[in-house]
Write a protein that binds this ligand. Sequence first.
Ligand code: DMJ
Length: 576
Amino acid sequence: MLRLNTGTWLLIFLLVSPTIFNISVCERDSRSAVKKRRMSEKVRKMFYHAYENYMTYAFPHDELKPLTKTFTDSLSELGNLKLEHLPQEYNGSALTLIESLSSLLIMGNNTEFEKAVLWLSENLTFDVDARINLFECNIRVLGGLVSAHILATDSTNRSVQGIYKNQLLILAEDLGQRFLPAFDTPTGLPYAWINLKYGVMENETTETSTSGCGSLILEMGALSRLTGDPRFESAALRALRKLWSMRSSLNLLGTTLDVASGEWIEYSSGIGAGVDSFYEYLIKAHILFGRDEFWRMFQSAYLAVQKYFRHGPWYHEADMRTGKATYWQLTSLQAFWPGLQVLVGDIAAANSSHREFFYVWEKFGVLPERYLLDHQMLHPTEKYYPLRPELAESTFYLYQATKDPWYIEVGKSIVDSLNLYTKVEGGFASIKDVTTMQLEDHQHSFFLAETCKYLYLLFDDSFLVDRNYIFTTEGHPLPVVSAWHERLPETYIPSNWTSVKPEKKTKRASAMSLQVCPATTLNSGQNGQQVESACHIPDTRGNHRCLTDDDCGVESTTCRRRSCSMAGYCGLWLFI
Ligand code: DMJ
């Protein structure tokens, strides 16, 4: 028998191991590609189950009632908890179809996209006697139309070329003009409600929410850039600036306010209902329009959230005046926050919060609307799950940033739960009570605009390859182009990038890459200029000495967590 000494075995091992290693890496990669393909197919089927049932039983009304296979004209019910002033003669605006447009294209169904664009072009009208919520109508309808217009005119989308004559933009402009009277208040803060035909109603309530008047800039800004009419962006910007001027000395805002007096009504706030998209729009407006003003607002607001609301991986509410904790509650809407943190580059914090949200999802099978953190129990009346997208959204962002296969498992678990608990013959139904899984007769339009879209993009992001989009709060994509951007030079993101030849393509920064953590230069008095970013946390000691990693903060320009070296110094010794 051939006898080999240890040295020879070692040599053989060194020669063979890379091959074995390579084979196993390849196998693992191809297994994960197969799994992702299978999962994206599953999500595609879910989307079409929801879409086709809507088209059969509800279109052109607003939303599908999947249990009774009928419809609801719910545009005027959105945000209308008391169901006041409901219209007598309103027959819907094909809301779910509008919300489905960008998802159809992302899933590669150009034919259906084109059919939908043509139907809307010929049939949709906003000259209807319906009192609608400005925020909801902006994110769902205006956002859906503006985004679909951009996708329809994108030169890579050949199918609608020739037949598309900007009809969606014309509709969007008409809708935007109907929004404008809402901004006619002493403060510039818009009314929460407007009648599409008659404008602001007499004795209309002057109460609105922070997200209601602080999350209009993406859609109205994009509308102005597309139409050349500055009024939409100006109105949204004026409202945002006014809202920001109402912050407390702690850089906190409340949840509800009065648009006539500019006074706060509810001083307690968090990152959930009534506030959530305000934060989201500051960072996304910065990414889309490249204005330092948005970044400065976001940076201060984000730091205040981390300082006053964050408790480990959880976020409670606090009083904007004192920073004292008020309500210790987890809400389903808060689950978007880790996704926003990915955009900032604060991946470690995003990951730890996401894990907690997923833990609650697994505990109940879906995310309950409200969970009392201090009592470790469900809120007595808010036990529902209306097919919300936020956890899927964050999972998508975290997977984009880390490529950690664990997020694919999370996505699979979300898909399985949705199919198990909410799928019915007539579509997907909301859950009324997560303890009994009793269903409710409502398929919300955001299930098609967001839940299915983010799950699909988690498993198949080919739509995003070589493109740079940000998603509105309703999941409608808007492209980051230099023509709209105050900071990006033409060579960096060419405005005609879709027609740029591959070999000449300039490397574009992705809004979802880890490099997006925007650093900004601050004038800090005597010390001269200092570079800062939202996720910067200083080391505990000024001389950067440390005993453990906990003594080290987060580096300001890269947003990476510093660790403690063996010699006792904080630095970027470990990559996260
Ligand atoms: C969506 O309409 C939007 O994401 C909005 O910002 C708040 N949440 C709902 C879906 O849960």
